[in-house]
Every structure is written in C-alpha cells, then in structure tokens.
Design a binder for this molecule. Sequence first.
Ligand code: PBG
Length: 326
Amino acid sequence: MPYPNERPRRLRRTPAMRRLVGETSIEPRHLVLPMFIREGAAEPRPVPSMPGVVQHTAETVRKAAVEAVEAGVGGLMLFAIPEHKDAQGSGAHDPHGALNATIHEVVSEVGDATVVMADLCLDEFTDHGHCGLLTPDGVVDNDATLRAYEQMALAQAEAGVDVVGPSGMMDGQVGAVRAALDSAGYTDVAIIAYAAKYASAFYGPFRDAVESSLIGDRRTYQQDPANIIEAMREVRLDVDEGADMVIVKPAMSYLDVVAKAREIADVPVAAYQVSGEFAMIEAAAANGWIERDRAVLESLTSIRRAGADIILTYWAVEAAQWLHQR
Ligand code: PBG
C-alpha cells in the first residue's frame, strides 16, 4: 500500500502546531491608522461609504489618537478637509490651516508615543481636486507644484510632524521636499514616499471622505495599473531622492508590486490598504457574505506575507486590539 512520502498536514493538526510554524505575523506596531479631520466641524461625521470611519472634529481627533496609541499602532497618517478650497490649495501651507493645526494638536497630545505622519498633497485643498497646481489650460504643472509641496512640507515640519508623506506623484517631489526641509534645518523630519501609487478605482470612498471635487482623473500623474517595471523606477527614484520609506498603493490588487519593491528597496516598504479595499470587505460582511474579522485579518496577513513592513489600514486600531487579545 503506497503512502504519501510527505504529509504537510502533520504541521496543521493542532492550533499549537499551526502557531509554532506560522511564517507571517502582524504586530500592532506594523499598522498605521489614516485619520480624517474636518475643519470647523462641531460633530464627528460618519463617512457613508466607509462604515466606522468618521471625519473627526478638532476634539475627537485627539481622543481617537490617544485610543490608537493605547492600541499600540505604529503610526497615524493625518488628512484634513479644509472649510475653504481654492485653485492654489492655499490652506495646505497655512500654519493655522486644517491639517497643520491638527498636526500640532495631535503631536502635543501623543508626543513620542507613536509616529505622526501627514499626507503631503494638494488634492484636499484645491477646488478642482487635483494633486497639483494647474496651468491656464488645465494641465497639472509639475514644477510649480513642487514649489507648493516645499511650502507645505515646511508648514508640516513647523507644526511638529515626524514624517511627511508626499502623495501627489509629481516628478522630483521627494528630492524637492528633502531639500526644502534640510535647508530650513528640519533634517530630522522623515519622508514616507508614495512611490508606486496607481490611478485606482479603489480610492472611490476616500474621495467621499475628503469631499473631493475632482474634475477629470489623475492618469497623467498616477500610474497605470498595468505597469510594474515603471513602479520599480518610481521606487528607485524616490529612494535616490531621499525617501526614508516607500509606499505601494493600493495594496491587495498590487501584492506583486509590494513583493518586488521589498526586493529592490533598502528602506522599509509600506502598503496602503485603501478605502475601496476597506469598503469591499465591510460591504460583503454587512451582507453576511463573508466573515468580517477573519477577512480583515486574512487581508492584513496577505499584505505582510507579500513583504510589506508597514500597512496603512483603516482597521489599524481594531486589528491591533484583536492582536493583543491573542
Ligand atoms: C491623495 C491621496 C488619496 C488617497 C490617499 N492620499 C487619493 C487619491 O490619490 O486620489 C486615497 C486613500 C484611500 O483611498 O484610502 N491625497
């Protein structure tokens, strides 16, 4: 009677055995919580397409930041929705503007207990919704936008941010931001660069969350989902320009890009599990079609398995709390 020579099932027999041989783990410190703040809001406002996610007020963001610290998350990534938007996105570099004021508040609340990061992009601040400044013909002007990012980086550094996250996919943005920070003496402010950021349909709910008024699309600056060689070029450029960490975004449909970035980059690689990925799992779970908590942990595990050192996820606090209970 022929027996199988190899029996992988032996290592799956008991929970203890499975625990012993598990290859991939997630710890709360690997998770970064994206947070939205709405300028002038009196009450936190739920984001309809992202169940459980709110636009915070200046008050509630502090509390939520403390809760995240208590859960042990590795970092916070701040986004703000200004009351007034204009063509230049001038709220972005206003020291009292929505984002810079929030950075200041959150940093004074949490100190060094976690890493405070901020999105460095104009799209939340411009009335046309693009990530950069427009020429009179409506084209995103790369180099004029770099000057705006430099101003924004300085305002965020002044507000006390630990890490800036340039996410506009302008050519040369990391180098420009690094030089501006250094020449103003902010040599300790780190850069997490959205290096491989795709023009993705999975950002849909985020645009609700930041009340984006985007006209057109972002395909002249965000990447084509078909391309991975180009993504490696973007990663190489950002590391050469001084990125301390790089991000691949979205995560779940781009795990090959995460894996390859982990191979070629000698800095920590983060993956951003974006709003649409979150919404899909929440919506399917709400219908009873999948088991929510298992699906969430499986998604995070797969992103880590692909090679992400850090995961930006709207489930950061909840997942961190589960991980403590295990
Ligand atoms: C740009 C930015 C976006 C997201 C994060 N930073 C939107 C975009 O590029 O269109 C999307 C995040 C998400 O979908 O969760 N400031």
